[in-house]
Design a protein around this ligand. Structure first.
Ligand code: PNS
Length: 163
């Protein structure tokens, strides 16, 4: 039984994330999508809101579950008896940060492997940040996030006003 953890901020989940989740679910026995804190980012949605949005997107994938944690990723992976961390790679610009995180995670948990899935070309330019920027300015994010996520973005920015 190979358990993989797909960690991220998912603020909010995009079709790029969903593509990685579906592909990971096809070759790992169990995939835990883990919403966690990125100390470098100020989230728009609470952890609970992000978990809820992902759970709705992944509802049809029987071997995918969604969870969240605070603290070190490697501690969470060990607690869940997982051996794999999955990360998506979009472009060379992602590589430096991902490489550093993978090596730090190896230092903290040598038994844990990081596996990179190359993003689908259709989504290789996509990020939660660019989706939030477009949504905050009233742009159409259809085709980049699901309808339910687009609705949450619309509501959140209507409440806060545009950036
Ligand atoms: O979606 P993101 O923001 O690129 O994901 C980054 C994330 C959340 C996976 C990373 O910040 C993380 O692992 N945070 C948990 C805290 C931790 O373990 N930090 C050390 C990682 S090297």
């Amino acid at each position: 039984m190979v358990i993989a953890v797909y960690p991220g901020s998912f603020d909010p989940i995009t079709y790029g994330h969903l593509d990685i989740i579906e592909r990971a679910a096809a070759f790992f026995d169990r995939v835990i999508v883990a919403v966690c804190l990125n100390p470098g980012k100020q989230p728009l949605f609470t952890m609970e809101e992000r978990v809820e949005m992902i759970a709705r997107e992944a509802a049809l994938l029987p071997n995918v579950e969604v969870n969240c944690f605070k603290g070190l990723l490697t501690d969470f992976v060990k607690r869940e008896n997982a051996r794999i961390i999955v990360r998506g790679l979009r472009a060379i610009s992602d590589f430096e940060n991902e490489f550093q995180m993978a090596l730090m995670n190896r230092q903290l948990g040598p038994e844990i492997e990081t596996v990179f899935l190359v993003a689908h070309p259709e989504y290789s330019y996509l990020s939660s940040s660019i989706v939030k920027e477009v949504a905050s300015l009233g742009g159409d994010v259809g085709g980049l996030v699901s309808e339910q996520v687009a609705g949450h973005l619309q509501k959140r920015f209507a409440l806060h006003g545009s950036a």
